[in-house]
Design a binder for this molecule. Structure first.
Ligand code: UT7
Length: 320
């Protein structure tokens, strides 16, 4: 049976940092950020952590689904910014929400993390290995930014989004995903180097580095192709889709995808204006915003799409 999304939740840090606040910290302008990306502000963690936001989003999704946490048998978290190397963020959520019957693990597919998590949940359900899953995308990217590098730090924000999915007679119709490790250098953040009594290296952690134009070109080519392939597989035309919920990296990328798909921009809801790019958190947070606004009606066809470091990408067509 396919996986159907039956509840959503999200959590954002309390502190809001506007473009004008960044003007005071570095050589940048509200005009540059707004015109190049569409971003106006972002939420930045001060007291929150990846786990605390993920737990909050998960609790809200469980409430919204109207289920008991012990019905959850699978928890998957897409994140590149977990608080701990281990235990996983997923295991910490399991403990916090008392989902004692769940198998829990994290995955790293960067900004496509939620889409990849959904794909795994769907595969577990189709194979009968799970019935009710919690899929989360959670990030505190602000701790992985070089705040002296204006070309990256202005783009990202912190937050978490979650969805409860359950095997049902309708739900995910088709999913397309892919990776291109050969282009991985376009967006990187190095982990600790080898360091032990036999070799000395720095223990310092690296920061995010991006070839913005390379990622931009990849996104405007790959995302429409992946969505088109997923729609073809589903036997659904773009006109039948109510909303296309895309990773919130840049308004210009979203406009380019809308144009290539020959669809009105109104079918592409956005929240990057107030959230910036939250990597794996972007798609589930946007989904929750749209759901909370009451814009989704049972039976609607929607498309979710994520893309980013790896390079990785994924697109899903589903029935709400
Ligand atoms: O989530 C993962 C997926 N990520 C993405 O999808 C990101 C994709 N890429 C992009 O969205 C865009 O490439 C960026 C928004 C990152 C950059 O926009 P761009 O139009 O490609 O700008 P650019 O990198 O070509 O930079 C243009 C100029 C440069 O100055 P010069 O060399 O022309 O004098 C930069 O130094 O803008 C300068 N610049 C800035 N100026 C003011 C770069 N960052 C800033 C800044 N404020 N924050």
């Amino acid at each position: 049976m396919p996986a159907r999304i039956i509840g959503t939740g999200s959590a954002l840090p309390e502190k809001v940092v506007a473009n004008q606040d960044l003007e005071k910290l570095m050589e940048t302008t509200d005009e540059w950020i707004r015109s190049r990306t569409g971003i106006e502000k972002r939420h930045i963690a001060v007291t929150e952590t990846t786990t605390s936001m993920a737990v909050e989003a998960a609790k809200r999704a469980i409430d919204s689904a109207g289920i008991s946490a012990d019905e959850i048998d699978l928890i998957i978290v897409g994140t590149v910014s977990g608080d701990m190397c281990f235990p996983s963020t997923a295991c910490q959520i399991q403990d916090a929400v008392l989902a004692k019957n769940a198998t829990a693990f994290d995955i790293n597919a960067a900004c496509a993390g939620f889409l990849f998590g959904l794909t795994i949940a769907d595969a577990y359900m189709k194979s009968g290995m799970a019935k009710t899953a919690l899929v989360v995308g959670a990030e505190t990217l602000s701790k992985m930014m070089d705040w002296n590098d204006r070309s990256t730090c202005v783009l990202f924000g912190d937050g978490a989004g979650a969805a409860v999915v359950r095997d049902d007679d309708a739900g995910i119709i088709s999913i397309v995903q892919g990776s291109d490790g050969a282009r991985g250098n376009a967006l990187t953040c190095r982990n600790r180097e080898v360091n032990n009594p036999f070799v000395k290296n720095s223990c310092e952690l690296d920061y995010t580095s991006m070839d913005g134009q390379a990622v931009y070109k990849f996104a405007v080519k790959t995302v429409p192709a992946a969505i088109t392939e997923a729609l073809d597989k589903a036997g659904i035309s773009p006109d039948q889709v109510k909303y296309f919920l895309l990773h919130q990296a840049n308004i210009r990328i979203i406009e380019a995808v809308a144009k290539k798909m020959k669809q009105p921009i109104e079918k592409f809801p956005t929240n990057l204006q107030e959230c910036g790019n939250i990597s794996a958190g972007s798609v589930p947070i946007l989904l929750d915003f749209v759901n909370q606004e009451g814009k989704l009606v049972k039976g609607d066809k929607i498309v979710l799409a994520g893309f980013g470091a790896g390079l990785t990408w994924g697109a899903a067509v589903l029935t709400w």
